[in-house]
Every structure is written in structure tokens, then in C-alpha cells.
Design a binder for this molecule. Structure first.
Ligand code: ADP
Ligand code: ADP
Length: 233
């Protein structure tokens, strides 16, 4: 059963204006890891906005988990090129943020807060950030900030993880470390992942399937399974 489905989706940012993506159809199976690649302007960000419910389709239908997407979804975790950690919150507090949004802080039982904190600490340890819980974002390197932002995206155990170039701003060594980490996280706990990137090497390393888009207007021009022996960490 497909978990994400696009049916002949087009989107024009201005009503009646040029289409950013045109007649895009694809399905993503539950717990698959799919990469969408293509040059700048091919509609990768537009696709992310449609899946996460931040933009409605001008034409066609977008379904996630068998329901038509009509607004922002709680079951989606997101990570972007910039880690976007809140500077006045510690690493631990940043990671716990989605749990507070789902359930406002003041209405939480003390016991539940302790559980949430334990979950966040465990996840931080898993990504190699044990000991950084009480540090503020500016005390972390770019790679560490991105690790924390991935924890924040996963803390509420989303069924769908949307990755918008989260490794793009990192140096080559850190980037490959985080690729391995992402692959491990995905293998240790099932979730559907959609990664948009212009880095074909990254797409092939991480994803089981690569969708290629071309710009003006954004269209799918190729869609194939990746069947390569993978370097394992
Ligand atoms: P990326 O290539 O990483 O998606 P862009 O530079 O294309 O980044 O876009 C950055 C932001 O500007 C995005 O939020 C995008 O929606 C917006 N944007 C891109 N192109 C246009 C445009 N032609 N008019 C208005 N906003 C745009
Ligand atoms: P990518 O993420 O692959 O760089 P985008 O989805 O950002 O591509 O953009 C697809 C097309 O839509 C581009 O032609 C871009 O200029 C246009 N676009 C993106 N965001 C906006 C916007 N907010 N307003 C108008 N046009 C936009």
C-alpha cells in the first residue's frame, strides 16, 4: 500500500501563472526511502510543501497515509538545510519541542515530561550527542546542530520524514558521517523517508529509489530503484 501518493499534481504559485510542477504522479511505499533529485528550480521544494501540507495543489491530489492532504500534518517530521535550532533553548529543549507542540507544556504531567526527556536523551545518545544535552546551539558544530535537528524531526516518531537538503551545508566528511547515521536511524526504526537533494551521490547512497525531475516546468523524467551494494558503516 502506498503511503504517499501524488495524482496528476500541478502547482502554480500565482493563480493562472506558470506551473512550478506539472502533472506529477508517483507513489511511495510505506517505510521506503525515496530521493527526489534534479537541478535548482525543478520543483523539489514545491514537492516538499505539497507533501507536508504547506501548499495546496492547484490541480490533482496529494495523499499521505490514505488521506488527502489538506493542511499541515502531525505525522510528518522535517529537516532542512539549516538546522534552525532555537538559540535560546538547549539541545535537549530543542529536541523536545515537537512533543510540547503536540501536548502543551503546562498540560503535561510531570511523569510524562520525564518520559519525554528520557526519550530525547536516548535519541541524542543514539546520534552521538550524549553530553551535549545542556549546550546551546552556538556551542555545537554545524554537524552536531544537524544531528540535533534530525533528533527533533524524529522525536515524535513520525510516520513520514521529509528531508530537504539537510546535509547540503556540511563539509564532505561530516556529510558522509551523517549519511551513515541517517541510514542507521532508518534501518533501526521504520518510517517513510523522502529526501530532496541535487546531490545524486547522496541520493544513491541513502535511498532505495531515485526520482529525477527536470525544471520549467517541474516534471518527473526518470524513476528507478537503486540496486547497489552499499558501503556499510
Ligand atoms: P532552493 O533551490 O533551495 O529550493 P530557492 O532559492 O529556489 O531555494 O528558493 C528559496 C525560497 O524562495 C523558497 O522558499 C522558494 O519557495 C522561494 N522562491 C523560489 N523561487 C521563487 C520565485 N520565482 N518567486 C518567489 N519565490 C521564490
Ligand atoms: P527547487 O527546490 O528544485 O529549486 P522550487 O520548488 O523551489 O525548486 O521551484 C520550482 C519553480 O517554482 C521554480 O521555477 C521557482 O522559481 C518557482 N517558485 C518556487 N517558489 C515560488 C514562489 N514562492 N513563488 C513563485 N514561484 C516560485
Amino acid at each position: 500500500m502506498a503511503f504517499v501518493q501524488f495524482e496528476n499534481v500541478s502547482l502554480a504559485y500565482q493563480p493562472g501563472g506558470q506551473t512550478a510542477i506539472e502533472n506529477v504522479s508517483f507513489k511511495v511505499d510505506e517505510n521506503a526511502f525515496v530521493a527526489v533529485v534534479g537541478p535548482s528550480g525543478c520543483g523539489k521544494s514545491t514537492l516538499m510543501k505539497l507533501v507536508s501540507g504547506l501548499k495546496p495543489a492547484s490541480e490533482g491530489y496529494v495523499y499521505v497515509g490514505n488521506r488527502e492532504v489538506t493542511g499541515p500534518l502531525g505525522i510528518v517530521g522535517m529537516a532542512f538545510q539549516q538546522a534552525n535550532l532555537l538559540p535560546w533553548r538547549t539541545t535537549l529543549q530543542n529536541v523536545m519541542l515537537p512533543l510540547e507542540i503536540v501536548e502543551p507544556f503546562r498540560s503535561q504531567q510531570k511523569r510524562q515530561r520525564c518520559e519525554h526527556e528520557a526519550m530525547a536523551r536516548a535519541l541524542l545518545a543514539k546520534v552521538g550527542l550524549a553530553g551535549c544535552e545542556d549546550k546551546f546551539p552556538w556551542e555545537l558544530s554545524g554537524g552536531m546542530q544537524q544531528r540535533a535537528s534530525i533528533c527533533r524531526a524524529l522525536i515524535h516518531k513520525p510516520r513520514l520524514l521529509m528531508l530537504d537538503e539537510p546535509f547540503g551545508a556540511l563539509d564532505a566528511f561530516t556529510r558522509e558521517e551523517l549519511w551513515c547515521l541517517m541510514r542507521d536511524l532508518w534501518q533501526s526504526e521504520p518510517f517513510t523517508a523522502i529526501l530532496v537533494t541535487h546531490d545524486l551521490r547522496e541520493a544513491v547512497f541513502l535511498a532505495d529509489r531515485v526520482i529525477v525531475m527536470s525544471p520549467k516546468p517541474g516534471r518527473i523524467i526518470d524513476d528507478r530503484l537503486v540496486d547497489l551494494p552499499r558501503p556499510r558503516p
